[in-house]
Design a protein around this ligand. Structure first.
Ligand code: M6R
Length: 379
């Protein structure tokens, strides 16, 4: 069943190009060009009442799904111009935001069985029950299991079609959730007419290139990251830095590492370092910085230098050219140059591999880490 891979997690990491491809095939019209700007290239088959008069979006989720939701917020705000809040389901259920009629609530859960996420959505459904029917309809689930409890609870579903995931650490379902958010944000942006057709066309071209780009990272970097993992088998603390759309990827890199390797790791928005966490840094704490060209590129590089000045070993995930990167970072994990908005899909891959190989190097049970279950069905 592992098809020659040592663990399900590694097999699932390698399935990601196929997962992205199937999302593109299921949901995106590959022939769409800017000349077709009157209709959306996205086929999510969501009913019109979900989108009508929308003014804001709130998203509830846990763990890795919460990280996907943070990327979703970036896309929904920057592409579709819809104010979006992201909340931990376990917090939201005891302190919900005030009810507003033009809000779409989205629950993200790959398993469709996470107790807190289901409870938050059930509460939302209950709160809306006495209101107009279009308001009651504004509940959407993003899941890998449409036939789950989530599917019974909410009227609309985006199926992420990633295939069953066995490793407790979510990998391919995360990438599939990101793809669902690209589709949703692009669809909303097109319907609200807040995206230029040329930008939309460029994004679609970029999306179509992602499977080959993920393959390139897997092919060129896996061996290298496996060797790199030797250096970190005894490390006790790690910091992951990112900004903008890659801040949630820093969180995800840290979560992957802690849950399977049991190494303490923190993800931070790089600009927050100087407000406290920088005090943690010394030669024993490696720092992984995600440095992708775009809005915050220079800022991330200067934040990374601050870490280096504290003797931290600096690892860059970046498409910078070899020489420039070597001047900035102690270690470089090269990734392809992609549109900033699409970059989380390529930056998360090396971080999954890094967590995997460090845990495997430590001889741990990667697929069944201690104290964790694949779906958390209790509060
Ligand atoms: O099934 P869900 O997406 O609702 O699961 C949420 C979290 O329990 C899950 O993402 C957890 O954080 C994973 N073990 C992360 O790898």
């Amino acid at each position: 069943e592992k098809q020659g891979f040592k663990h399900f997690m590694l097999k699932e990491i390698y399935e990601q190009p196929g997962v992205v491809r199937s999302c593109l095939e299921n949901y995106i019209d590959s022939h769409w060009t800017a000349a077709d700007h009157r209709h959306s290239p996205i086929r999510l088959n969501l009913s019109a009442d979900l989108y009508a008069d929308l003014q804001q979006i709130q998203i509830v989720a846990c763990g890795t799904s919460w990280h996907a939701a943070l990327v979703g917020k970036y896309l929904l705000e920057q592409l579709a111009e819809l104010p979006t809040s992201v909340q931990y389901a376990s917090e939201f259920r005891y302190a919900p935001s005030p009810l507003t009629p033009n809000t779409l609530t989205i629950g993200v859960t790959q398993s469709g069985e996470t107790a807190d996420t289901l409870a938050a959505l059930a509460m939302e459904k209950q709160r809306r029950s006495g209101h107009a029917s279009e308001f009651q309809a504004r509940l959407l689930g993003i899941t890998n299991r449409p036939e789950s409890s989530l599917g019974d609870l909410v009227p609309h579903i985006i199926d992420t079609h990633a295939g069953i995931e066995i490793g407790v650490a979510a990998t391919k379902t995360f990438v599939a959730q990101l793809m669902a958010f690209y589709c949703l944000a692009i669809d909303l942006a097109q319907q609200r007419q807040v995206i230029a057709p040329a930008q939309l066309e460029q994004l679609l071209v970029g999306l179509q290139q992602l499977p080959a780009q993920i393959e390139a990272v897997l092919e060129s970097q896996e061996r290298y990251i496996e060797q790199l993992a030797h250096d970190f088998a005894e490390t006790q603390d790690f910091i992951f830095l990112g900004r903008g759309i890659n801040f949630p990827i820093a969180l995800e890199g840290a979560l992957k590492l802690k849950e399977i390797s049991y190494i303490h790791a923190e993800g931070y928005p790089a600009g927050e370092m100087k407000h406290g966490p920088i005090a943690l840094l010394d030669a024993k704490v490696p720092v992984v910085a995600i440095a992708m060209p775009g809005t915050v590129f220079e800022k991330v590089l200067s934040n990374a230098q601050e870490a280096k000045a504290r003797d931290a070993r600096l690892i860059g995930v970046t498409p910078m050219d070899e020489h420039e990167a070597a001047e900035t970072f102690d270690t470089v994990i090269p990734v392809p140059h992609v549109d900033e908005l699409l970059s989380p899909i390529v930056t998360v891959i090396p971080l999954q591999l890094l967590a995997y190989h460090i845990a495997a190097r430590r001889g741990l049970d990667v697929d069944q880490p201690r104290n964790l279950a694949k779906s958390v069905t209790v509060e």
